[in-house]
Design a protein around this ligand. Sequence first.
Ligand code: ADP
Ligand code: MG
Length: 317
Amino acid sequence: MALCSWLLLMMTGYRAALAAMKSNVAPYMRERSWVDHKPLQGARGESKSMGVFLLPCAAGEALMIPGENYICVHMLEITDLHVEVGEKEILHDINLKIGDGETHVLMGPNGSGKTSLLMAIMGFSGYKVTQGKIMYNGKEITHLAVNERAKAGIGLMFQRPPTVGGLKLGKLLTATSGEPKEAIDAYAKAVHMLTFLGRDVNKGFSGGEIKRSEILQLMVQHPDFVMLDEPESGVDLENISLIGAAIGKLLEKDLHIVHRKKSGLIITHTGFILDYLDADVGLMMCDGVIKCRGNPREMLKEIKERGYRECMECQKV
Ligand SMILES: Nc1ncnc2c1ncn2[C@@H]1O[C@H](COP(=O)(O)OP(=O)(O)O)[C@@H](O)[C@H]1O
Ligand SMILES: [Mg+2]
């Protein structure tokens, strides 16, 4: 398809080629950009000085049309990222692109740097970027403060969140969301946390309750880019299905990818979460490097059968 259009471009001029391209590009691309020509939020949209339209990339596609000056922008784009934790380099040369509506799952042995990557994207101070950059919706956020990143729409669910004595969960939800009580109650009810709103954050919560509390905190913030660090760890089967359904909602999995505006990066060890989410891309991290990129279910199957042994040899990025 693309090749035909490019040949036509050379033979008949770009107008005709562009028309052919517009009718041939994947439907989601047409709906998202060509047909609607919707102005986009934030850094995306028309850059008047450059005369360029910045469009969201979907399903990992990168698209640049000469003449019309369309460039597609991934929701998250990480280039050559190196990160130090405690003066030791933990992440080396990370490159990652996540388009609108996509969910990527990150797997890898303990201590390989998965949590460090999420913390670095969120901008926590202990995770020092020594090289490379992080772009979010076309805007560089490499050195932006954590709260600025949260305001821009990035949300994180911790693997082991702290207990916050003296702060009621309901108060925290109101402060971080600005939502009225009725709305917060409705979200809390959906994840069976209504009776927890008057309790100190995570104090005495079981494993499943902590995870539900974390999900609830994300739900009220409506993040566009959702990062989850082992959402299923330490959780029983009943809670996994509840948490899986809530994550599906957060990532708008009920919508076709064409209409989805939310993207995700999810760390999983067990892969249970894949039963509730139609993840698009699997990533394997070993020793601070993303070694493989592929079908998440196939990758998980291989890990289950052969462990992480193949990890060091895999170079399919
Ligand atoms: N605050 C820290 N100080 C020193 N080393 C750390 C710190 N946090 C993490 N690390 C180290 O970084 C490496 C990666 O850890 P982490 O990102 O938590 O891996 P994963 O999530 O894949 O298990 C580990 O060797 C860990 O010990
Ligand atoms: Mg971890």
